[in-house]
Design a protein around this ligand. Sequence first.
Ligand code: RRO
Length: 309
Amino acid sequence: LDLSTFFLGRPLTSPLMNASGVWCNVNNQLNALAESKAGAMVTKSCTLLRRNGNPEPRYHTLAMGSINSMGLPNEGHQYYLDYAERHDYENKPLFFSIAGLTLDDNLTMVAQIQDAYTPAILELNLSCPNVPGKAQIAYDFEALDVILAEISAAYSRPFGIKLPPYFDIAHFDEVAEILNRYEKVSFITCINSIGNGLMIDINSETVLIKPKEGFGGIGGDYVLPTALANVNAFYQRCPKKSIIGCGGVSTGEHVFMHLLAGAGIVQVGTALYEEGPEIFVRLNIELAKIMKEKGYKTIREFQGKLKTI
Ligand code: RRO
């Protein structure tokens, strides 16, 4: 059974990859993803300079997912550029995630990616919920418009953006209208974690993570319906763009749902954190099994073909 697919004209052996932030901070993790059965991979969102991130504990496993307030710990832009320059692009595509703390930082990083001539594909993270004092860019529609205009002007290649979840049809409409004015925005990754949730330990009567008085981004099973809604909303509204699905994926059924809703690639965050890169073997097998049961031989036959009633 054939799990191969194309994304932005590039062949992938599987529609699965990691979500940025998970298993992609340092070289040994990046190497493990390169050697895994993931069809593509993405680097940890980086800033111009190395960051330690927020104080620990900053990730906690929950009954149905995870809460995190990592605070953008990363090795700095140059470290990931160095990886990008030795990545084997014949093996699988590499996405390069950036999350500059300012517009200027993003423009500097984008200029350096451009100069490096790597075939890595830029994913601009506009939805980090965890840097104290920094609002999520993509919840400020004016700021979203400005940054897309500036990056589009500075960068000569197609790129993608990582969005936070939206919860209102009016917001889907408004964001899609902005995105559709930027031709270079060729893919949209939906969704980042649901920002600023809170979970409580009853025994100790405390929060679970140290930063931000316990508030953090929620991932895992909690977010699947929100992720599917965002994937499908932007799939419908942005017909010239590709969608990458992210959120709540821990089984082949979840992968199948994301693909049906319109995702071309499906990212795995919390479940990859919990299981490690071997998860891609299991998810590929589970997806293939569902396709076989349904009589599908290729992903193309059902991708984006969600039915309404
Ligand atoms: O590092 C983080 O705290 C983090 C980031 Br940049 C992000 O985009 N999403 C998330 O859940 N955590």
